[in-house]
Design a protein around this ligand. Structure first.
Ligand code: ZN
Length: 266
């Protein structure tokens, strides 16, 4: 990983956005290449019929989250995500998704938070389409961070019906407040913690809904989306790829198969 001063030196010479993204997320790849890689993997290694696959996302409501091309290939995604990418549709949403899978098909869920990056490599902000000013991304996570960082009084989120997603998001992340605000880059750290919680919640919801899945397999792909300025590719830092065989879902240890031999030899 590049040091901060190295990033600074690179910027003066005009650094390609990929270098800046990979300075913060060394394993990030473009949404397009991630899509090709994983859909190819599903079709070739798992012999999955993509025309019978039901696709779901747990991504932030933010309009900027069009970064992967999965949705161009797999139509009619079931949208589980709310602010921050947390699966706000909950147990009910997961059960509904399970019931909608085509006969003899598979389930595929793509989940995770997102974070902007400026043309000079600053995380947590971005230029949006049609705008010239920088704005926060993810706005919900950056708002939560600002509230955690306030010093005049200790912030305590209270769930209210007119802003319950934001309040629940903040409640979920509050146990990590110390780690987040004291991190070298708190904006990056709150995004990491959001990923950690979303990953846990999706896995728990899948296990809770086991009896409702008529399909044999559930593919789970999790990562952090990195939003760049208009004109550049967006990137995804994949963190976990898990395949559940529904019949032995309880027994399965949901470890990522990223380290599996088949994956490495792609
Ligand atoms: Zn967002």
């Amino acid at each position: 990983m590049l040091l901060e001063k190295e990033i600074g030196a690179l910027q003066e010479g005009g650094v390609p956005i990929e270098r800046l993204v990979q300075a913060a997320y060394p394993n990030a790849a473009t949404g397009e290449s991630v899509t090709q890689k994983y859909l190819g993997f599903l079709a070739d290694e798992y012999k999955s019929d993509l025309t019978k696959m039901l696709f779901a996302t747990s991504l932030c409501s933010d309009d900027i989250n069009v970064s992967t091309d999965f949705r161009k290939v797999l139509s009619r995604p079931f949208s589980m995500g709310g602010l921050g990418g947390f699966p706000f549709s909950g147990f009910t949403g997961m059960v509904a998704f399970a019931h909608h899978i085509p006969d003899d098909g598979d389930a595929f869920i793509f989940y995770g938070p997102h974070i902007g990056i400026t043309d000079s490599g600053e995380l947590g902000r971005m230029i949006r389409p049609g705008q010239s000013k920088l704005s926060n991304s993810c706005g919900a996570l950056m708002l939560a961070l600002e509230r955690m960082q306030q010093t005049e009084e200790v912030y305590v989120p209270h769930v209210v019906d007119y802003d319950y997603q934001q309040m629940l998001l903040e409640n979920t992340l509050m146990p990590f407040k110390h780690e987040i605000v004291n991190a070298e880059d708190p904006k990056k750290e709150i995004t990491e913690k959001a990923y950690f919680k979303i990953h846990k919640q999706i896995n728990r919801l899948v296990r809770m809904s086991k009896q409702e899945f008529a399909c044999n397999r559930i593919f789970l792909l999790g990562g952090i989306i990195i939003n760049t300025s208009p004109g550049y590719h967006d990137y995804v830092d994949i963190r976990s790829f898990t395949v559940y065989n529904v019949s032995d879902l309880e027994a399965i240890n949901p470890t990522s198969i990223l380290n599996s031999k088949a994956f490495k030899e792609l």
